[in-house]
Write a protein that binds this ligand. Structure first.
Ligand SMILES: Cc1cc2nc3c(=O)[nH]c(=O)nc-3n(C[C@H](O)[C@H](O)[C@H](O)COP(=O)(O)OP(=O)(O)OC[C@H]3O[C@@H](n4cnc5c(N)ncnc54)[C@H](O)[C@@H]3O)c2cc1C
Length: 477
């Protein structure tokens, strides 16, 4: 008989959290700390969503999305998780750019970027200061019509090299393009420029282990391999429960961390929504997906630490978000993982990431899919051996490729979207509780609520709203 992953689960909870991405985990932890009875349901066999890892023979552990996040993660983790987690967040100091327009190294913070822009790129210091101040002052309530392209044109007209320096890492970090609202750029870029790029020492597996420990200590009922099929509502449209693995579980509130469009259009369904809202949800554009090549060196083998931590490599003549998505890869971001990533380990690993279009990978025959993955692995090795690690093939122990299909499979994100939705998704996410009382969404949306920091912070914001709803319910009763 199939294992019952809901064995022992109660028939009713205060709140059910659907999905264990960083927003779902954080929302669940906040609600449990407030004393609510929380059930967290995750369809995959491990917690973390895109914040995940996998193990391979020989003791290799690959991180999928541990490339870098802003320092704000430290404060959010200290406040909403634990000091133990926050204390392991450390800076990555060696960021590199190698492309036909420039070659430079940076600590990726305001001071260092200012020096580069003034001394290497010859931009007047006052212009750089004004640009940073403008980006820093941007917030959600600003003009949403100004595009990032227009912002750059205002400060750095005709300077495609400057645009590349300022934009390429952000396109990798959240899939945004020059045509997205400038506020999304300003907020995310300023978060990074505050103090640089940070990582979690110990690896994603250690982070999720510590989060799981905290959730259990706070009384969250955690269930893996539990796929929610439906969010149930009563005749008034109010949330009353969920159907998961064929079983109904009652609750007063649901916090969905599943893909926004799946939450609204599948788990609730169009027939239970105001037609205008359903149309708005349908029109939300998903962000792009990714392809990655994971490479592990033989135990004890390494590479020159001078390579840095994060390397934005491109052979393309200028910054071009479309080219960065192309299956004909001309730009790659290399993350170099040293043994200190997991203290005590002797492993050196490399992950090459490229942004990708789902359609380029979705319709392939099994044979073509395997052939295309092998080609991506091969061209990535060629790039490394020609430019950075000449003897990489001799040192290699394991190589493997993931595609948009992989991300879709493990996280159920439509089109394998790596970074949630475009900007308009935020409004739909925020208005959901007015449409379906008792239902909230927290997860990568709107570019600014994406990435590790965005997801954690959105989990806090939305978790607090659910807490308020549950507290009012108790007071009324
Ligand atoms: C290749 C790649 C590299 C990245 N690199 C970085 C980086 O360096 N820095 C950074 O800050 N961010 C990075 N990101 C983005 C970051 O990982 C994500 O934005 C963030 O982790 C998403 O968190 P989330 O809360 O939105 O949920 P997600 O991680 O999207 O998780 C949603 C969860 O819901 C579950 N779920 C969905 N439907 C159901 C259902 N019906 N029932 C039960 N469970 C369900 C899924 O299985 C999943 O676990 C990267 C992403 C990718 C793909």
């Amino acid at each position: 008989m199939a294992k019952d992953f809901l064995k022992g689960a109660a028939d009713r909870y205060d709140v059910v959290v659907i999905g264990s991405g960083l927003a779902g985990l954080t929302g669940a932890n906040l609600l449990a700390r407030q004393g609510h009875k929380v059930l967290l349901l995750e369809h995959h066999y491990q917690l973390g969503g895109m914040a995940t890892w996998f193990k391979r023979a020989g003791g290799h552990i690959f991180d999928i999305s541990l490339h870098g996040f802003p320092v704000g993660m430290k404060k959010s983790c200290r406040k909403y998780w634990s000091k133990e987690i926050a204390d392991r967040i450390v800076q990555l100091e060696h960021i590199r750019f190698e492309n036909p327009q420039f070659s430079l190294r940076t600590t990726f913070d305001r001071e260092d970027f200012t020096n580069h822009l003034v001394e290497t790129f010859g931009v007047p210091r006052e212009t750089v200061q004004a640009f940073f101040d403008r980006a820093r002052s941007m917030n959600f309530y600003d003009d949403q019509h100004l595009t990032t392209r227009e912002l750059f044109e205002e400060f750095f007209p005709g300077r495609s090299d400057v645009v590349r320096l300022l934009m390429e890492p952000i396109t990798y970090a959240n899939g945004s393009t020059l045509d997205d609202p400038a506020i999304t750029y300003g907020i995310v870029f300023s978060n990074f420029m505050h103090k640089g790029v940070f990582t979690f020492r110990g690896g994603t597996d250690e982070l999720v282990k510590l989060m799981k420990k905290e959730l259990l200590a706070n009384g969250v009922d955690l269930r893996i391999r539990c796929e929610v099929e439906q969010i149930e509502t009563n005749d008034d449209g109010q949330v009353t429960g969920v159907v998961v693995n064929g079983r109904r579980i009652g609750c007063d509130a649901v916090l969905s961390n599943a893909n926004l469009k799946s939450t609204v259009l599948k788990l609730v369904g169009e027939d239970r929504l105001d037609p205008d809202f359903a149309a708005e949800a349908k029109a939300v554009r998903l962000n792009n997906s990714s392809a990655q090549v994971y490479m592990a060196l033989k135990p004890g083998e390494g590479f020159d630490p001078d390579l840095g931590d994060l390397l934005f490599h491109s052979e393309h003549s200028g910054f071009d978000a479309e080219a960065m998505l192309s299956k004909d890869v001309s730009s790659r971001t290399f993350s170099f993982y040293y043994p200190q990533t997991r203290p005590g380990s002797d492993r050196w690993l490399i992950v090459s990431s490229t942004n990708a279009n789902y359609e380029d990978w979705a319709g392939l025959s099994d044979e073509q899919y395997e052939a295309d993955k092998a080609e991506l692995a091969e061209t990535t090795l060629q790039c490394l051996e020609q430019n950075y690690i000449p003897d990489v093939r001799a040192k290699l122990d394991h190589i493997e490729v993931s595609t948009p299909r992989t991300f879709e499979h493990y996280t159920k994100h439509q089109l394998g979207a790596s970074f949630g939705t475009k900007f308009e998704g935020l409004k739909v996410s925020e208005e959901l509780p007015q449409q379906v009382p008792g239902l909230w969404h927290a997860g990568s949306v709107g570019i600014i609520m994406s990435g590790w920091l965005g997801a954690v912070n959105y989990g806090v914001i939305v978790g607090s709203k659910v807490d308020e709803f549950l507290a009012n319910r108790t007071a009324t009763a």
